[in-house]
Design a protein around this ligand. Structure first.
Ligand code: PMP
Length: 401
């Protein structure tokens, strides 16, 4: 009989030759549990998804209630569905002023596609600018924006008229001109290894976009919903984009994406010709119900504000010879280790120490620490102790090799 691991490798398409390969039976709060009593503390939240933790009772109840009322009824945008309307209205109340018209889709990549199409339609222009080491998703359009030649080259030809410039390179902003439909930026770069914007950089980017009539698009797929200590990183830097892209924590653990703008901008997608973007499952009622329940928890328990204090506890308690630095904002952190080999070993062996962590796509020398925002003080102490044991083991094994 094939084991769970053998069946996983045999019947599921693989994303890499070295998956984490940890079997999970159930999850609750900050913990995941294996079939034989194994317990893992989740340091990555499914990459910024599980901000309210796993199996949160309010989210589970919202899913159950909505599934009992109805699931899919009709393609997005035709019927008036309570969970969509209610969540869009709630989102408008927490998003930066002016971002109050929400187009629901299924994922981050699809929201990126929608935002690019919206910017092209609204401006009548085609040029799109993004940043080196950015990650915006895996569809062809999103890969065209991606700031890594290795991943882009494998799939050429890509979307024409797309250009990448250096994040934090003020001198490069001149490339934004009257032909530019939009500039798409992560206000804090996630897969680059949590790279913060330099002082004033986002202001200058905003100013250049306004001067040239290019739309500014912030991809807050990883940074949204309290992760950085603010509901959205745009608010941390006090820079408001014309379009914001949301996914991951937006669905409270269910699949959901959205691009949000003013109503004036959004209207250009539904006219001349109609159906500028269409989706069957976008804004699935169960996902919207789950997302709204999760947002109520984030707001009600002030998880954004708490993330700043909790990040401080991590920084205080994490101290190890292998750690050369901690980058980040709130509970979106990159722990810098000595080398790529240390990172590879630590990520692969973390489950043996009861931890789940991960590396970054475009940063070889750091591991991720971005736990659910509901993590308690005792759980932070536990996480730091487990990390220290893992790093002791990493040091012993890598330095011997
Ligand atoms: N943008 C950012 C900043 C992301 O981190 C991701 C996913 N890691 C995406 C877009 C794409 O989201 P999805 O995987 O849901 O398509």
């Amino acid at each position: 009989m094939l084991s769970g691991k053998q069946l996983f490798l045999r019947f599921l398409g693989q994303t890499s030759p070295a998956p984490l390969m940890v079997e999970i039976d159930r999850a609750e709060g900050v913990f995941m549990y294996g079939p034989h009593g194994e317990k893992y503390l989740d340091l990555i939240s499914g990459v910024s998804v599980s901000n309210v933790g796993h199996n949160h009772p309010q989210v589970t109840e919202a899913v159950r209630r909505q599934a009992e009322s109805y699931t899919h009824l009709m393609v997005y945008g035709e019927l008036i569905l309570g969970p969509q309307v209610s969540y869009a209205r709630k989102l408008a109340s927490v998003l930066p002023h002016g971002l109050d018209n929400c187009y629901f889709v299924n994922s981050g990549s699809e929201a990126v596609e929608g935002a690019m199409k919206l910017a092209k339609r609204f401006t009548g222009r085609t040029k799109i600018i993004s940043f080196r080491n950015s990650y915006h998703g895996s569809t062809h359009g999103a890969i065209s924006l991606q700031g890594s030649e290795i991943y882009r080259n494998a799939f050429r030809p890509l979307l024409p008229d797309t250009f990448q410039i250096g994040f934090n390179d003020e001198n490069a902003l001149d490339i934004i001109d009257s032909r530019t439909a939009c500039v798409i930026a992560e206000p804090i770069q996630g897969e680059a290894g949590i790279v913060l914007p330099a002082e004033g950089f986002l202001d200058k980017l905003r100013k250049r976009c306004s001067e040239t009539g290019a739309l500014l698009v912030f991809d807050e797929v990883q940074t949204g919903f309290g992760r950085t200590g603010y509901m959205f990183a745009s608010q941390r830097y006090n820079v408001t984009p014309d379009i914001i892209i949301l996914a991951k924590a937006l669905g409270g653990g269910m699949p959901l994406g959205a691009f949000v703008s003013s109503r004036d901008i959004m209207q250009s997608l539904s006219d001349r010709p109609v159906l500028g973007h269409i989706t069957t499952f976008g804004g699935h009622p169960v996902s919207c119900a789950a997302g709204e329940a999760a947002l109520q928890v984030i707001v009600g328990e002030n998880l954004a504000g708490a993330a700043i204090h909790k990040a401080g506890l991590f920084r205080e308690r994490l101290s190890h010879r292998l750690i050369s630095g901690i980058r980040g904002e709130g509970l979106l952190m990159a722990i810098e280790l000595k080398s790529r080999d240390h990172v590879r070993y630590a990520v692969a062996n973390a489950p043996r120490f009861g931890l789940i962590t991960d590396f970054f796509l475009f940063c070889e020398n750091a591991i991720r620490v971005a736990p659910p925002l509901i993590i308690s003080e005792d759980e932070i102490t536990l996480a730091c102790n487990l990390l220290h044991s893992l790093l002791d083991d990493t040091m012993k094994n890598i330095e011997q090799a």
